[in-house]
Design a protein around this ligand. Sequence first.
Ligand SMILES: [Zn+2]
Length: 465
Amino acid sequence: MTMQKANVISLFTGLVPAILLLFCACSSDRSGTYSSLKSGIDQIWIVNTHEHFNTEAGRMASDVDFFTLVEGYLLSDLTSSGMPREDRIYIKDGNIPVEDRWKVFYPHWQKVKNTGYGRSLSQTVKGLFDINVIDDNTFPDINRKMLETNKKQGWYKHVLKDKSRIGLTIIDPLGSYTHADTVFPAEFFVKVRRFDNFVTVNENNIAAIGQQYGQQINNLSDYLNVLDIAFKKAVEVEGIVGVKSGLAYHRKIHYEDVPAHRAGSLFSKLHENSQRLDSDEQKLLEDFMMHQVIERAVKYDLPIQIHTGILTGNFNNNPIGNTNAVHLSNLFQKFREGKFILFHGNFPYMDELSYLAKHYPNVYIDMCWMHIVSPSASKRYLEEWLLTVPSNKIMAFGGDYTVTELTHGHSLMARQTVAEVLTKMVHGGHVTEEEALVLAERILKKNALDLFKLEKADDQWRRKL
Ligand SMILES: [Zn+2]
């Protein structure tokens, strides 16, 4: 053996145990930090900042099957994967035997089960029904369990409280934005309300609003008076905890500060003189009304949840650039006392959101929907935000589903991401394990409790546990 060879061998034999030791130390430390953080995070009672669930009674009265779980988001990924429209209609057609629909669905499922939407479905089925894989063998069981559980009163308690450890959910009730009579039990839900129908000024909305509040609307001043009545009723009777704006689906979310006299004459042109507004005029009138809605939200100290970024559905005709939260900057400047909660991490414009939330004291980040849109972007940007933005301004979970079961899978994914991000921050020396758990509690629960002033609601449901 040459000296050189012996040196190489001794170097090698010396290195291997050292590398192994290092690897073992790292991996055991890694798994140690992760598992201790994860078990702490699993104990947190989440405040779920955004959902569109039906009431439990409404849900129990509806027909469900396996394909209830194949909802809008997953259908979007199926569309994106190239699944033909007629196949998508076929699998959602309750008149066709579910087994036949399964045969059409299954080859397409292979293409989308890797995405956040697909993973959320898999995790839901695993977490709620103890079924590890979705395939030909397990499909009948999943379908049967969906049918059985839809007859059980208390299913929402089981899914949300017992399985997902979600204390309170802030609900944005689809289909009943303008009604107070949909009962969402206080031990689960608090409500936000949209005033988008006031902002989107047109003859139909003016007539419907006048009728709903029993008011004659002749001019802008009457219209604003009804907006006052609507806010007062929403706060004092419906008990809303915030305002929601979903206008990003329809327009650019830049709202100019339009003088009242200009808005007044546009309103008269439309309503009194029954003339059409051109698109610029329509936009100005809507801009004015958005400022009016925010002014009232500020008056009642209601946080404003604003849809920004990604739009659901594959062929929404509003260009994605119109939904970037940077367009809202003039509102942040003008309404200093406002609490602007920007939804969905402004995906795919997360960097802009870092700046906005860091810069403006009245801007908050809400990651609702985001963990299933992109688990990896959620991980990257939760880390970025926790290292850039004050921790009281980040809310890390909102399911944003219409189907309650799927929020379970989403919540599992969110807890995992929070644990992974915080583990990395502990290993990077940014925070201790104890500090990491304080951060987790903040972003999953405390920030939403504080911002929406939910301490009383939190106490109430806890007493019912
Ligand atoms: Zn939503």
